[in-house]
Design a protein around this ligand. Structure first.
Ligand SMILES: O=C(O)CCC(=O)C(=O)O
Ligand SMILES: [Fe+2]
Length: 380
C-alpha cells in the first residue's frame, strides 16, 4: 500500500545479482540488505530505482537512441510497421491512438511482444553447443484455441534504423556474455520473493519459468509541439494507470522529468531520470505490495523517449496470491478483483472489453491492456 512517500528510493541491487543463483543466497548479508530495501520500497512506494543492474549503459542508451531515430522518421515510414490485428497487435501506434480511460495519450509507440519461436543461425550454434537458447516464448498457433488467436502474430521490426531488431532482441533476451532485461527481471523477482517472505524461486516454475513479456518503445512529443498552445499541463503523455504483471523496468530519457507517481495523499511525486538506473514498479501480493498509480507528462520542449519492459508471469499462471503473502497478511485471501484464472484469461478478457468499449478493431496491443488497467489485481 503506497504511503506518503516524497521520493522514490534508489537500491543498489548488485549484491543481489552477484549471489542470485547461489543456493545459500537467502543467508548472504549483501542479499539480505537488498531484500530489506526492496521490501521497504515495495511497501511504501511500489516504485524504486535499481542501480548496479549490470546492463551496460552503452546498450541502455543505444536502445533509446535507436528508438528516437525511428520516431524521427516520416510518418509514412513509421506506418510501414503499423500495429494491426494480423500482427497480433504488435507494431507502431501513432500519437493519440493509445487511449487511457477514454482519453487519447500524447505519445506514439511500438509494441513488441512474445511471438512464435524461431531460431537464427546463432541459435543453431547455441544448440550445437548444447546451450538451449529460445528467442521468445513460443506461442504455438492454435494453442489457446480461438480465444488466443488475437495474440498470435509476429513482431514487426522496422528496417530503418538498420540495427533496430538485432539491438532490441539483444536487449530483451540474448545474453551473449552479459545480463539483459529478461534475466535481470528474473533476478530482481528472486529478491522480491525473499522480501515477501517466500523462497527465491516463488516466481519461477509454474509461475514464471517461461515469463510472458512485452516491451513498449514510447515517444512523447515536447510540450510546445504537442499542442501548439503552450499548455503543457493539459497534455498527458500517458494517463494515470497502474501496471499489470510482475515487474516493469523503465529505461527513461536523460534530462527530462516526466514520469510521476502518486502517493497516498494524492500528490504526484516526480521520478526524474537517474543515469545508470531503471525505474521499477510492481504489482503483487494479497495487498502486501500494491501497484502504484503513475502517469507521464512531458512539459519540456524536448521529445522524450522511454523504453518500458514488462515482465509478466507465465501465460498460463494462475492469478492467485502466493501462500506466503496470505499468511503474512493475516491468513485471509483478499478477493481477486479479476475474475480471470490466469494471465492469459485476463489478457483475453481485456481484449474483449476493449473491443466493446473502444469500438475500434482493438488497436491497442496487450501491453496496453496489461499496463493501463486500473484494476488493482490481487495476483500473487
Ligand atoms: O514513460 C514512462 O516513463 C512510463 C511509461 C509507463 O508507465 C507505461 O508504459 O506503462
Ligand atoms: Fe506504466
Amino acid at each position: 500500500m503506497a504511503t506518503d512517500f516524497k521520493s522514490i528510493p534508489i537500491i543498489d541491487i548488485a549484491p543481489l545479482l552477484a549471489k542470485c543463483d547461489d543456493p545459500k543466497m537467502a543467508q548472504d548479508p549483501g542479499v539480505c540488505e537488498v531484500v530489506k530495501q526492496l521490501d521497504k520500497a515495495c511497501r511504501e512506494a511500489g516504485f524504486f530505482y535499481a542501480k548496479g543492474h549490470g546492463i551496460p549503459e552503452t546498450m541502455v542508451k543505444e536502445v533509446r537512441n535507436v528508438t528516437r531515430k525511428f520516431f524521427d522518421l516520416p510518418y509514412e515510414e513509421k506506418l510501414k510497421i503499423k500495429l494491426t490485428p494480423a500482427a497480433g497487435y504488435r507494431g507502431y501506434q501513432r500519437i493519440g491512438e493509445n487511449i487511457t480511460k477514454g482519453v487519447p495519450d500524447m505519445h506514439e509507440a511500438i509494441d513488441v511482444g512474445v511471438t512464435c519461436r524461431y531460431f537464427s543461425f546463432l541459435h543453431f550454434i547455441y544448440i550445437a553447443l548444447h546451450c538451449y537458447c529460445k528467442c521468445y516464448k513460443e506461442l504455438k498457433q492454435g494453442i489457446y484455441g480461438d480465444l488466443g488467436k488475437p495474440m498470435e502474430g509476429c513482431n514487426q521490426w522496422p528496417h530503418n534504423p538498420p540495427s533496430f531488431k538485432e539491438l532490441m532482441e539483444e536487449y530483451i533476451r540474448h545474453s551473449f556474455g552479459f545480463l539483459v532485461m529478461t534475466e535481470l527481471s528474473r533476478k530482481i523477482m528472486r529478491g522480491i520473493a525473499l522480501a515477501l517472505g517466500g523462497s527465491p524461486d516463488e516466481f519461477e516454475g509454474e509461475r514464471g519459468s517461461d515469463a510472458f513479456w512485452v516491451m513498449r518503445l514510447i515517444g512523447y512529443p515536447g510540450a510546445s509541439t504537442a499542442n501548439g498552445k503552450c499548455k503543457p499541463e493539459t497534455d498527458i503523455g500517458c494517463g494515470a494507470h497502474t501496471d499489470y504483471g510482475l515487474l516493469t523496468l523503465v529505461n527513461q530519457d536523460e534530462n527530462i522529468t516526466a514520469l510521476q507517481v502518486r502517493n497516498q495523499s494524492g500528490e504526484w511525486i516526480s521520478a526524474p531520470p537517474i543515469p545508470g538506473t531503471f525505474v521499477c514498479t510492481l504489482i503483487l501480493s494479497n495487498g502486501l505490495y500494491d501497484s502504484t498509480l503513475h502517469r507521464v507528462i512531458n512539459t519540456s520542449p524536448t521529445y522524450r523517449v522511454c523504453v518500458a519492459y514488462f515482465y509478466e508471469p507465465n501465460y498460463e499462471a494462475a492469478m492467485e496470491p502466493l501462500e506466503v503473502c496470505i499468511q503474512r497478511s493475516g491468513g485471509t485471501r483478499k478477493p481477486n478483483i479479476s475474475s480471470s484464472d490466469s494471465t492469459f484469461d485476463f489478457i483475453m478478457s481485456e481484449i474483449a472489453v476493449m473491443k466493446l468499449e473502444m469500438k475500434t478493431d482493438c488497436s491497442n496491443f496487450v501491453s496496453d491492456l496489461i499496463c493501463r488497467t486500473e484494476t488493482d489485481l490481487a495476483i500473487f
